[in-house]
Design a binder for this molecule. Sequence first.
Ligand code: AMP
Length: 138
Amino acid sequence: MTYDKDNIFARIVRGEIPCHKVYEDADTLAFMDIMPQAEGHTLVVPKAAGEDIFTTPPESLAAAVHTTQRVARAIKKAFSPPGIMVAQLNGPAAGQSVFHLHFHVIPRYTCKDLGIHAADPADPAALAAHAARIRAAL
Ligand code: AMP
């Protein structure tokens, strides 16, 4: 598959589509997943093009992992979940639905099942409030 420069995350990175921004630096962007699998579910993307772990430049991957750690720490502080899951899917068979590399950072709670992947759009006001909570904890 060739990289589609107009995929939804590339458009978010370019500012053509709004997002609930959590963090941004020169190389990465973090924003709320609009169909969260748990409250606080955040996505981290490198700004550089690359659809998956195979085609994203290693320096972009490194920057994204650095931001993922930063965001995971802030989510831990903001939501106090006992666990945090980091996931990164490659290819439709793995469940990837947006073909611009991204890390999912998802709070996890004991005895609470994960919500269904990319299924239930959240209330935009709740997403804005969650983004503000995470930003305040960065
Ligand atoms: P994946 O299936 O790993 O490619 O994950 C893509 C994720 O992007 C899913 O969890 C979707 O809920 C999420 N998503 C899709 N469109 C948007 C959007 N416009 N803003 C934020 N998250 C999105």
